[in-house]
Design a protein around this ligand. Structure first.
Ligand SMILES: Cc1ncc(C[n+]2csc(CCOP(=O)(O)OP(=O)(O)O)c2C)c(N)n1
Length: 322
């Protein structure tokens, strides 16, 4: 797919680059900490999919609301959640965004417009539907974005959310992160039609497939649909093509992936591509300095999170609902 980078000085691209690096370095540190058991529990990394979060979030405003999945650290960071409080959450620390009660797959940070992850595949779409209904009734132009994998497109809750949102003209943007695997199974082996965007027409809403490794393509596409949703024209489905460069979970040997697939994907992964584009704009040195600065920022956030106290045992049952 062709890049859409036309800005003359690469300024927008540099901003995307910074945000994508923040996610990448965060995730790499999480992988390291999980292996060392500094972080425990289930962790799903989004390495390789950063352009989706950064591009799409840059098309939203702070009044909008984002719902992710268990692979949601990237959405949280793109929404502006401070890496320190996110690391701390994954470590069960009191300064975590959910006071250490949520962990990697259940955290939320509504004060940043991030209404959370969800470990039940496809369930976030139904929750986001409720937020979109509320946004429509409020009438303040708020838009809701919900993201899920292409495997989730076969869940009943996603189907119901799409149908209801389209019928009610709700301001809801559905982002399908198509990384071509549903857990450990190639999605093409599970469905007859693996072009997920084509399903949008059946619900009566627009649907497009976009290069999810191109943050500008993501921003432009999502911005068009966000404008329409704010104007009362209802939902849309954006199928963002990407690849995860790591396992579904930490420790996944990925024996289901053909030899060479990851090496090939690394040639067109979003950070490498944006870095090359910035070099072409004559901003390669600036990009390298920025990369170093973001790495230091993430290292320092990780160190501070390690030093922070664990969740208070005396109040551990507070803020929990079951
Ligand atoms: C309702 C439900 N069914 C099954 C699972 C187990 N499960 C966890 S991730 C996953 C695959 C989801 O694939 P996809 O939607 O493509 O998202 P990805 O993990 O690739 O981001 C499955 C089946 C679950 N968590 N919830």
């Amino acid at each position: 797919m062709k890049e859409t980078w036309t800005n003359s000085d690469g300024a927008a691209l540099m901003q995307h680059f910074e945000a994508m690096l923040r996610i990448r370095y965060f995730e790499e540190t999480v992988a390291d900490f999980r292996k060392k058991q500094i972080i425990i529990g289930s962790v799903h990394l989004c390495i390789g999919q950063e352009a989706i979060y950064v591009g799409a979030r840059s098309a939203l405003t702070d009044q909008d609301r984002v719902f992710g999945t268990y692979r949601g650290h990237g959405w949280a960071i793109a929404c502006g959640v401070p890496p320190l409080n996110l690391f701390a959450e994954l470590m069960g620390k009191e300064i975590g965004v959910c006071k250490g009660r949520g962990g990697s797959a259940q955290l939320s940070a509504p004060q940043w417009g991030f209404y959370g992850e969800n470990s039940i595949v496809g369930a976030g779409a139904a929750v986001a539907l409720g937020a979109a209904l509320s946004a429509k009734r409020e009438g303040k132009g708020r838009v809701v974005l919900t993201a899920f994998g292409e495997g989730a497109m076969n869940q009943g809750a996603v189907h119901e959310a799409m149908n209801f949102a389209a019928y009610q003209d709700l301001p809801l943007i559905f982002i399908c992160e198509n990384n071509i695997y549903s857990e450990l199974t190639p999605t093409a082996r599970m469905v007859r039609v693996d072009e997920m965007y084509q399903r949008a027409g059946a619900y009566g809403m627009p649907g497009v497939r976009v290069d999810g490794n191109d943050p500008e393509a993501m921003r432009r596409t999502v911005a068009t649909f966000v404008d329409a949703a704010r104007a009362g024209k209802g939902p849309a489905l954006v199928e963002a093509m990407t690849q995860r460069l790591v396992g579904h979970y930490i420790g996944d040997m990925q024996s289901y992936r053909p030899n060479g697939e990851i090496a090939e994907a690394k040639k067109t992964e979003p950070i490498v591509r944006v870095q090359q584009a910035l070099a072409a704009f004559g901003r390669g040195d600036e990009a390298a300095a920025l990369s170093e600065r973001v790495r230091l920022e993430i290292n320092s956030a990780a160190e501070l999170a390690c030093l922070a106290p664990l969740a208070n045992a005396a109040t551990i049952a507070e803020h929990l609902y079951a």
